[in-house]
Design a protein around this ligand. Structure first.
Ligand code: GLC
Length: 604
């Protein structure tokens, strides 16, 4: 292993702390990257960028680094509650969002993920996921100074800012892409260009398609590049070439730059796709994990307050490697998308067994990592993530159920595009998928929405709200009237309706958040352990740790009330439901339609 090649600055206290971090993480960085890039001049460049970011780190963030190094489980604390939104749809601008922060604090929010807010390409930008400049904010939303000010305001309220790092691709109008198009060899090597058309076909034979209708294929012919550019998503999103160490270093520099503006969590967008190898599906390759591990080590040196979150919306077996292990950590957090998907499946079928299976599989998560648990987000619900857990025909039925085409379905969603033969994923706001229709009797729909969020808040991890769910905001059926919004996912990206009454769901969410905060047993190191229940309509799982703080969550996924004997799960004694304040014994537990209970053992 090579020593860090540069001298540290003259500031004794800072340098001694930095030297400890370098001693620990520089070898890890090299260990992750040398198998990819060999030893070479890139190492000096990497060290220089790291050191300069560490030196540039503002004093308040250096303090945060020290605090987080002393309490590295900060993101696992039971008080953590997330919120995800679009800045333009929530507060108009960054300044307007700063004026709305009371709304978040009232819900107990401690983690805010605004969807992409960096400067996007003009025209369609896939909702901001085609970034034209990683160091500038979208001028429609504000400036980098506004972003820093938002981060400061949030931090003062104990809210951590999470930013998207769109690391798989840039916009075709990013400076690197423009230079590449203009013939600059250095930047051509930032992208994948495939020249012989038969090679495109050979690669395609192994690749899936993300948007088979709106963006078929994985390559786009670009005359100025003299061939086909690799474009996994939209043709204007050019995949980066991580086989080039300069790409790794530039993206690391982006992470460190945004960390120094006050971001505390990074969502690694489309993480599975980073590395390409011909003859594979290019998803979750071992080299991709080495890249992520190396970013983790870089942050541990220059901005240790910051956590990484993997956006890998695939089966659990492919998600878990993104959390690494004790010796080779990767992300701190990952979306528990299989639990989310299985929750919706249970709501449609009344069968919670696949959800229990997913929770059992999720026990393989390292204790030091956390899940991001959620009900909805800005993307479609991808049923394919449950392949192997639920039969394909059932998944297809569930997809139809949420599209509202199954007789008796309560749902008001739409099917999204899929490859021929694949199950179509689902678009729609949570309230609409749960059957909420403005002006109708929505008691059952609200109970369903509360059930989904109540289970999510009882799981291990950071429960994240999706904008508008707290007011049961419904679909935006007119989404396609807006320019560049043909993509069906805009159905569930409505503008926040601040005039909409808060109602029962807002109160329920605030209650869940408040109850979580005071329960040490809900620390994310204590996983959710599902019980086998006699009736598949009943979900039951245990949360708790060695300190004796234990909670049992019950979720009833049927529309008829029931009385259930739970002696085998609860045993004797009296239990107290934190949600409705009643006491009960195991022999006859009443569950309301779509009912939810958070039970704790009553003293004495
Ligand atoms: C992620 C985003 C999605 C986007 C894609 C390409 O999956 O969540 O919205 O289309 O990456 O950046």
């Amino acid at each position: 292993m090579s020593a860090f090649p540069l001298a540290l600055p003259d500031d004794a206290e800072f340098s001694s702390r930095l030297a400890v971090r370098i001693g620990r993480h520089w070898p890890r960085l090299l260990e992750a990257l040398r198998p990819l890039y060999g030893s070479g001049a890139w190492e000096g460049e990497l060290a220089a960028r790291l050191l300069s970011a560490a030196i540039d780190r503002p004093a308040d963030l250096r303090d945060l680094d020290a605090a987080r190094e002393a309490a590295p489980d900060w993101f696992q604390q039971p008080g953590m509650v997330g919120y995800c939104t679009y800045i333009d749809r929530f507060g108009g601008t960054l300044a307007g969002t700063r004026a709305r922060l009371d709304e978040l604090s009232r819900l107990g929010v401690t983690y805010l993920h605004p969807l992409p807010l960096l400067k996007p390409r003009e025209g369609d930008s896939d909702g901001g996921f085609a970034v034209a400049d990683f160091r500038q904010v979208d001028p429609k939303l504000g400036t980098i100074d506004d972003l820093r000010a938002l981060a400061v305001d949030l931090r003062a309220r104990g809210i951590s800012l999470c930013l998207d790092i769109v690391c798989n691709h840039t916009a075709d109008t990013h400076g690197w892409a423009l230079a590449a198009k203009a013939g600059d060899a250095k930047f051509r090597d930032f992208y994948h260009v495939v020249k012989p058309p038969e090679q495109v076909a050979a690669l395609e034979a192994h690749l899936g398609q993300v948007f088979p209708q709106t963006a078929p294929g994985n390559f786009t012919f670009v005359p100025e590049m003299g061939g086909h550019v690799w474009t996994t998503f939209y043709p204007f999103q050019w995949d980066l070439n991580y086989a080039n160490p300069a790409v790794f270093i530039e993206m690391m520099d982006v992470l460190l730059y945004l960390a120094n503006q006050g971001a505390e969590v990074f969502r690694l967008d489309s993480a599975p796709f980073l590395w390409k190898r011909a003859g594979t599906d290019c998803r979750g390759l071992p080299e991709t994990h080495q890249v992520v591990r190396a970013w983790r080590a870089a942050l541990a040196i220059a901005a240790p307050a910051v956590a990484l979150k993997a956006e890998a919306i695939v089966g659990l077996a492919e998600v878990l490697p993104f959390l690494g292990d004790a010796d080779r950590p990767e992300c701190h957090l990952a979306y528990n998308n299989t639990a989310m998907t299985a929750l919706w499946a249970a709501l449609a079928t009344g069968d919670t067994r696949p959800l229990s299976t997913c929770l059992t599989q999720a026990l393989a998560k390292p204790a030091v990592a956390g899940w991001l648990t959620y009900v909805r987000c800005h993307d479609d619900i991808i049923w394919g993530a449950l392949k192997g857990v639920i039969a394909d025909e059932t998944l297809a039925w569930i997809s139809d159920f949420y599209a509202g085409t199954v007789p008796g379905s309560f749902a008001d969603g739409r099917a999204f595009q899929a490859e021929p033969g694949a199950v179509r994923s689902t678009n729609g706001m949570a309230a609409s998928l749960a059957g909420f229709r403005d002006g109708a009797d929505n008691r059952a729909a609200l109970a369903r929405l509360r059930l989904l969020y109540g289970v999510t808040f009882a799981l291990d991890g950071i429960p994240a709200l999706y904008m508008g769910d707290e007011r049961a905001l419904t679909n935006d059926p007119d989404y396609a009237l807006e320019a560049d919004h043909e993509d069906g996912r805009w159905l569930h990206r409505p503008r926040m309706d601040w005039a909409r009454p808060e109602g029962a769901i807002h109160a329920a969410l605030a209650q869940f958040a408040a109850l979580r905060r005071d329960r040490p047993g809900l620390h994310a190191a204590n996983p959710a352990r599902p019980f086998v229940t006699a009736d598949p309509g009943l979900l039951a799982f245990d949360r708790g740790g060695g300190d004796g703080d234990r909670l049992i969550c019950l979720g009833w996924f049927k529309g008829q009330a029931a009385r259930i004997d739970l002696t085998d799960i609860l045993g004797g004694g009296t239990w107290h439901d934190l949600l409705d304040g009643t006491d009960l014994t195991a022999q006859s537990v009443a569950m309301a339609p779509w009912g939810l209970r958070w039970l704790v053992k009553k003293d004495g």
